[in-house]
Design a protein around this ligand. Structure first.
Ligand SMILES: [Zn+2]
Length: 72
C-alpha cells in the first residue's frame, strides 16, 4: 500500500496518507487543515528544523518501511 508520510508546515503535524497514483494535491493537514504539507521521505534524514524529529527511522519489527501503525 502506498502510504506516505506528510508533515504540515504550519503546525508540524505529521500524518500518513494512502496515495493512489502520484497525485497528492489537495492534501490537507489533519490537524489545522493547512494545505502547506510536504511529503516526508522516511528513510532519508530530512533537512529538518528544530521542530522535526526524525520520525520514522527504518521501521519496526512488523514492517521495513517505517510506515505501519506500530512504528511509532
Ligand atoms: Zn497543520
Amino acid at each position: 500500500m502506498p502510504i506516505f508520510e506528510f508533515q504540515c508546515e504550519e503546525c508540524g503535524e505529521i500524518f500518513e496518507e494512502l496515495i493512489l497514483g502520484s497525485k497528492f494535491e489537495g492534501l490537507k493537514c489533519k490537524k489545522c487543515k493547512s494545505s502547506k504539507v510536504h511529503k516526508l521521505m522516511s528513510q532519508v534524514a530530512y533537512k529538518s528544523g528544530e521542530k522535526f524529529i526524525a520520525s520514522s527511522g527504518s521501521g519496526c519489527s512488523s514492517c521495513s518501511g517505517g510506515s505501519c501503525s506500530s512504528c511509532r
